[in-house]
Design a protein around this ligand. Structure first.
Ligand code: SF4
Ligand code: SF4
Length: 145
């Protein structure tokens, strides 16, 4: 039923308020593709990157790799000018807010919009682009440790 919510697309234009990158504790889980892309971008070895920028998070019986945060809970890659790895940012960041839990019904979308000024704002993102986000999130594999 989730296609009902976005069959005519959904309005989203990021206002660059930075709220989803900063202020509150959270996880930015990495996929294998994220890791490859970021390593290339930063010219770091896998071990160097993991040691400097990552932590292990227990999710049930799984252990996933997440970016670390600064003491004020800003993402480790957040800087005054924005995201230091923007062009190589993780899938989780690239696909927000087109995540399945926010597309189950209109209320779920509107509830999330209370935390993101870009939702219900600006241009319409079409059904195809939204489905592309969903497919990517379904098919890319998160790093399990
Ligand atoms: S919370 Fe929404 S509007 Fe603000 S930076 Fe994140 S995606 Fe953009
Ligand atoms: S990696 Fe970049 S886009 Fe993703 S949360 Fe961190 S600062 Fe924001």
């Amino acid at each position: 039923m989730c296609d009902i919510v976005y069959k005519n697309g959904l309005k989203f234009t990021c206002t660059q308020c930075s709220k989803c990158c900063r202020f509150d504790p959270g996880f930015v889980f990495l996929t294998y593709s994220d890791l490859d892309r970021i390593l290339l971008y930063l010219h770091l070895s896998k071990n160097e990157f993991i040691e400097k920028y990552c932590r292990t998070v227990n999710i049930g019986e799984q252990k996933r790799l997440s970016l670390i945060e600064k003491p004020d809970f800003d993402c480790i890659f957040w800087n005054k000018g924005g995201c230091d790895i923007y062009n190589s940012r993780p899938l989780q960041c690239r696909t927000y807010p087109f995540w399945k839990p926010f597309l189950t019904d209109r209320d779920a979308w509107d509830r999330e919009a209370e935390s993101c000024a870009g939702m219900n704002n600006g241009s319409v993102v079409d059904k195809e682009a939204i489905e592309n986000c969903l497919v990517l999130r379904k098919t890319e594999n998160y790093i399990l440790l």
